[in-house]
Design a protein around this ligand. Structure first.
Ligand code: UGA
Length: 459
């Protein structure tokens, strides 16, 4: 099928590339001309595992092209809108990009079009889109509007797109439902040639769930808010473990074994970040408020998350006593591993506080240094974990990149001023670190001193 994708961010680009990969003809646009030129010249504007190879392959085979919004609208019977919906000052989602695209579609398109909102939007946006398209349509446009929320995680977005647990479509006509099912059929049946796995371990049939538009829109916000709630919950449990001498790793394992709870998203740490959870949580609370529902539960989830940053800085202070003029080595800047995304990264919030208190910070991240440097010019960025550790009073791990689990501890211990490892993600093996003469301070009672190897008393 011929598909248009408007917006080439994480969601749009993954959507466009993966639809082309499963056999559709896709045209994709972005209003950021610099990004568009990069894509037209084969340069990736973002780091996302597997995406570069897939984009190169489908461009070469002629199934994916990039161009202007107008060209894109002309191309497909089905138009996926994947533009940004950033937060406004009051927590509402800013729908101006969505509105602008809808107006251009209304003025430009004719015949039948299925217009699909893939961006995360508040409930009733589909209905609003429908009204707006009808008001502004200047040609003979016959259209349906559908909601098709995405459940892609940055860092695994290609895998999540190609091997999803569910595909949710919110529609109000069977024509729209049939078109979307036809587009997704190779993914529902898992019949496409997988570009990332040879044995393809994730080939389970995907559930295709058809709902009304309002329900699909709520499914997206409710899913992200639930996951954020799980993280804040385990973070509070971590604090309690730390205060009582329990081990949050064991506690999370114990509660996660209940299939009604499940083991995922129970990793405690410095809190959730990224461009989705913080803004979606806020937006969902605002939506509830507008419709007269008091979702104070989610407001608390946000408050707990915000406090993670200052309480982690306190943890560092507790070990170093005074932060002024201390040299702190930071491993990890991205809001999570396998991405270069630093938006709402708790790592950067922590670094800002450390710098404000007069500490110097030497950081290393495998992908996110360029973006971090632009945001925090005073940050010293190093070429690897070892350069960052040089002369450090403490090493602080803020993003759990796999690379940090495989460092040469002997080498690191020879570089630092003080052998202190503060692990904000409980990502390292406490035993490994302690064995190399480090004091290990983790989250939720997971700590240990070198002399305590064996008993691993909590600090
Ligand atoms: C999230 C959702 O997981 C996706 O399903 C959704 O499609 C996406 O938002 C979106 O709305 O576009 P993402 O923001 O890429 O995906 O990242 P996650 O892997 O969900 O992590 C979010 C944050 O939570 C990260 O800062 C991560 O470090 C933190 N986290 C995650 C924890 O602190 N503990 C956990 O156990 C899990």
């Amino acid at each position: 099928m011929r598909i248009s994708v408007i917006g080439a961010g994480y969601v749009g680009l993954t959507t466009a590339a993966c639809f082309a990969q499963i056999g559709h003809d896709v045209f994709c646009s972005d209003s950021d001309l610099d990004k568009l030129h990069k894509l037209q010249n084969g340069v990736m504007p973002i780091f996302e595992p597997h995406l570069e190879n897939i984009v190169a392959h489908v461009r070469e085979s002629g199934r994916l092209a990039f161009g202007s919004t107008e060209q894109t609208i002309d191309c497909g019977e089905v138009i996926f809108i994947c533009v940004g919906t950033p937060p406004l000052g009051n927590g509402d989602a800013d729908l101006s990009a969505m509105e602008g695209v809808a107006r251009t579609i209304a003025k430009r398109a004719d015949g039948y079009r299925l217009i699909v909102e893939k961006s995360t939007v508040p409930v009733h946006t589909g209905a609003q889109l429908k009204r707006h398209l009808a008001v502004h349509a200047t040609r003979k446009l016959n259209f349906d509007v559908a909601s098709n929320p995405e459940f892609l995680k940055e860092g695994t977005s290609v895998e999540d797109f190609l091997h999803p647990h569910r595909i949710v479509v919110g529609v109000d006509s069977s024509r729209a439902a049939n078109l979307l099912q036809k587009i997704y059929q190779p993914i529902i049946d898992q019949t496409f040639a997988c570009p990332i796995h040879s044995g393809c371990p994730r080939r389970q049939q995907a559930r295709f769930l058809v709902t009304d538009t309002n329900s699909a829109e709520i499914i997206k916000h409710a899913s992200n808010s639930f996951l954020a709630m799980k993280i804040s919950y385990i973070n509070m449990v971590a604090d309690l473990c730390e205060a009582t001498g329990a081990d949050v790793g064991k506690v999370a394992e114990g509660i996660g074994l209940d299939p009604r709870i499940g083991p995922d998203f129970l990793r405690p740490g410095i809190g959730f970040g990224g461009f989705c959870f913080p803004k979606d949580l806020q937006a969902f609370v605002r939506i509830a408020e507008k419709f007269g529902c008091d979702f104070a539960l989610l407001e608390e989830v946000g408050r707990i998350n915000q406090k993670r940053v200052s309480s982690f800085v306190e943890k560092i202070r507790k070990e170093l006593w005074v932060l002024r003029e201390k040299r702190i080595c930071v491993w990890g800047l991205a809001f999570k591993p396998d991405t270069d995304d630093i938006r709402f990264s708790p790592a950067l919030a922590i670094i800002r506080q450390l710098l404000a208190e007069g500490a110097s910070v030497r950081a290393y991240d495998p992908q996110a240094m360029e973006k971090s440097r632009q945001e925090l010019p005073e940050l010293v960025c190093c070429s690897d974990v070892y350069e960052a550790a040089q002369g450090a009073d403490a090493i602080v791990l803020l993003t759990e990149w796999e690379e940090f689990r495989n460092v040469d501890w002997k080498r690191v211990s020879g570089l630092v001023e003080r052998a202190l490892m503060i692990d904000g993600r409980n990502a390292l093996s406490r035993e490994d670190v302690v064995e190399h003469g480090f004091q290990y301070v983790g989250i939720g009672g997971v700590s240990g001193a070198p002399e305590a190897t064996g008993s691993l008393a909590s600090v």
